[in-house]
Design a protein around this ligand. Sequence first.
Ligand SMILES: [Zn+2]
Length: 171
Amino acid sequence: MNEVLFTPWRLAYLTTGAGLPETGGCLFCSLPSQGDAEALIVHRAPLCYVVLNRFPYSNGHLMVTPYAHRSGLAGMTADERREMFDLGAVAEKVLVEAYSPHGMNMGLNLGKSAGAGVVGHVHLHVVPRWDGDTNFMSVTAGTRTVPEDLVMTCARLSPLFAAHAPAPAVR
Ligand SMILES: [Zn+2]
């Protein structure tokens, strides 16, 4: 059962963003310096941002990650952790509103052995799922379908994040 449950996270290596400029070798450190449309960033909060997976497991596959290079939850500040999971909750709300998925996978992969694609920079995957949607085998075979263009997805989700994300807390 675990095999099925955790299978999507083995796909995280697909997030390594082919064709994107790399700064210091870390994708998540370099993405925020690009424009939102170029980087597929749907929301920028004070400590974390939300970005579309360029090689999504399913339509609307989002990742929430801190700007700071943190290897895991233990290395994050409490404020960063809070904001990452608060944004995970907003992502859940936004995806329900935009796509009415039947379910969602949310998870973290820490380290290559755990399936992390961008090793060393923690990110929370939020993957909407539908009954009978793309399975692992078809994904690895390269036949997965992404029905909605990523830029369109970005344009569709950004205003929903703006509407649902809490105003930055005064610290
Ligand atoms: Zn980084």
